[in-house]
Design a protein around this ligand. Structure first.
Ligand code: URA
Length: 203
């Protein structure tokens, strides 16, 4: 609603409330609820994923489903305490299509990312993290405003206009989908390296 939108949220509670009534794009019709970011306002490191999945949509929290389990395992291995980081998504509602009873993930398009950047920008302005990690292509598009090849730009600190350093890495769901076990293990190890890199950069 345009009246609400006129006021930039200044607390994480306002972001949460605003996301619940957001009409900036049509995805509010698809989701059970909006899923705002989670973590302390003082976090030095922010993770940005794509959008809530099936379980996140039901729980109202980011990265609690299968991708979240991968993220947790990698954070553990990297020695990064998730509770000291801020975890959010580029898009706050679950875009999906129904296949029988199953809700199948559908990648949000550039318009959804654009519309929802309002909320990510608000979270960035409130938390003011030193480092923002974009997990996968949709997050890269949201955070950097353009697509970037993850394999080429990972392990680099990329200056963002709001003082934060940007880091790009793979999306945990990608790691779940790699069919070959050996390739999968290697990709996971690179992901862990990227989390370590970002954590050190934020220290
Ligand atoms: N995938 C994402 O990008 N974000 C979530 O919160 C869950 C799965």
């Amino acid at each position: 609603d345009a009246t609400y939108d006129a006021t930039v949220p200044t607390t994480l509670e306002e972001v949460w409330g605003g996301v619940q009534v957001c009409r900036r794009c049509e995805l509010y019709r698809e989701g059970t609820q909006g899923v705002a970011g989670e973590g302390p306002k003082t976090a030095k490191l922010m993770f940005v994923g794509e959008q809530p999945g099936d379980q996140e949509d039901l729980a109202g929290k980011p990265f609690v489903g299968p991708a979240g389990k991968v993220l947790d395992r990698a954070l553990d291995e990297a020695g990064v305490p998730r509770g000291e980081t801020f975890v959010t998504n580029a898009v706050k509602h679950f875009r999906h299509e129904l296949r029988g009873k199953r809700r199948l993930h559908k990648t949000p398009d550039a318009g959804h990312v654009e519309a929802c950047r309002w909320w990510l920008d608000a979270e960035r302005a409130i938390v003011r993290p030193r480092v923002i990690v974009a997990l996968g292509g949709t997050a890269v598009l949201s955070v950097f405003g353009k697509p970037m090849a993850i394999g080429k730009f990972r392990q680099q600190a990329i200056q963002l206009p709001d003082q934060a350093q940007g880091v790009v890495t793979y999306h945990p769901s990608y790691l779940l989908r790699v069919p070959d076990a050996e390739v999968k293990a290697k990709a996971f190890a690179l992901f862990v390296d990227d989390l370590k890199f970002a954590w050190k950069l934020a220290a």
